[in-house]
Design a binder for this molecule. Structure first.
Ligand SMILES: C[S@@+](CC[C@H](N)C(=O)[O-])C[C@H]1O[C@@H](n2cnc3c(N)ncnc32)[C@H](O)[C@@H]1O
Length: 329
């Protein structure tokens, strides 16, 4: 197998393509098919990455192409094993079932499934066991590990379960990417300051609308230091929300807390009295500035918040490419 061979990737639950961009950044991957059900995510994906995305329910996907790699994590919200049969026939579980179907049709050598870290403890681990068993039934050795994006050149703490499956009949072993930084032993974490202040956001104003604050929030934010939250406001300005989580202001010298889709209460800027913009969230997620997010603002926020950070995805992708190069020797 030549070193420059490009591997064929099928991307499921692609969203705006954070994971896909990481694979493309290796220059060793070609995405032959992507899929998402959300029309705005598909629009962003198509206009920024390519029109190989099919915008439809995964259940409707037919004639799947052969692939070396399948990537993508089925959302597990609402996934429950309360059903005593714990069956994949349970309609709540069909997204995993569909993922297994895609594996059986595209027949990749390796697959990567990303999910929230909490999935390993859902139903006291029974959900994870069921998923691993189902994937093993497709002929894969399956392993999982929780990785944190901050260890992989991302200015954000984001713990995610990374499930990797490799064909049972292949003898090479897959190794998760080792941390790129591990302070104080080596390197330092990328900080909010590194990504927000490294270059000004001007010439590119896409996705950089600054939301207007209510007078009450304007008053509150003045009291909140970097790394602080509503707990730092005078009592008369507090409300009954979770004071440590409401109105969190990012710290320039630290990694960001996890970027999530939160329509009306994005984190606050470290030094300016305002919320961060979609563009600033995207920077923390490692998207390039020329990536434009489409759809209403709440949908842009959803796309950014749902994404695998691009640098994190790049290091996962590199480990996958290394595995495939090894198997091809
Ligand atoms: C966590 S996001 C994926 C993020 C993506 N991996 C990235 O790095 O940007 C999960 C995606 O699954 C999509 N999705 C949910 N149900 C779906 C279905 N039935 N068929 C296809 N896609 C679906 C959602 O629209 C969402 O974009």
């Amino acid at each position: 197998m030549g070193k420059e061979k490009k591997y064929r990737v099928v991307s499921m639950f692609s969203g705006s393509g954070g994971l896909d961009l990481g694979f493309l950044a290796t220059n060793r991957a070609e995405i032959v098919l992507a899929n998402d059900i959300n029309k705005y995510a598909c629009e962003s994906y198509a206009k920024n990455i390519g029109n190989h995305i099919l915008c439809q329910d995964i259940r409707e996907l037919k004639n799947m192409p052969q692939a070396d790699i399948v990537i993508g994590g089925p959302p597990c919200q609402g996934f429950s094993t309360a059903n005593p049969n714990r069956s994949f026939d349970d309609p709540r579980n069909w997204l995993f079932k569909e993922y297994a179907r895609i594996l059986s049709e595209s027949n990749p050598t390796i697959f990567v499934m990303e999910n929230v870290s909490g999935m390993v403890t859902l139903e006291k681990g029974a959900v994870l066991t069921m998923i691993l068993q189902e994937l093993e039934h497709q002929g894969y050795k399956v392993q999982y590990k929780i990785l944190n994006a901050k260890d992989y050149e991302t200015a954000q703490s984001r713990r995610r379960t990374i499930i990797v499956g490799t064909k049972k009949n292949v003898t090479s072993t897959y190794d998760y990417p080792p941390p790129v930084v591990n302070p104080p032993l080596f390197g330092r974490y990328k900080t909010v300051g590194d990504v927000l202040l490294n270059k000004p956001i001007n010439g590119n104003n896409y996705n950089h609308d600054i939301a207007k604050l209510s007078t009450l929030n304007e008053n509150r934010i003045k009291y909140i230091p970097q790394g602080g939250s509503m707990k730092d406001c005078p009592v008369e300005l507090q409300n009954n929300s979770d004071l440590k989580r409401a109105m969190r202001r990012l710290h320039l010298n630290e990694v960001s807390p996890t970027i999530v889709h939160n329509n009306n209460d994005h984190y606050y800027h470290p030094t300016e009295h305002r919320r961060v913009t979609i563009r600033e969230m995207a920077r923390i997620q490692g998207y390039p500035d020329d990536y434009i997010f489409y759809g209403p603002k709440s949908e842009q926020s959803r796309q950014v918040g749902n994404s695998v950070p691009v640098p994190f995805a790049f290091h996962i992708a590199t480990s996958v490419i290394n595995y495939l190069d090894e198997t091809g020797k």
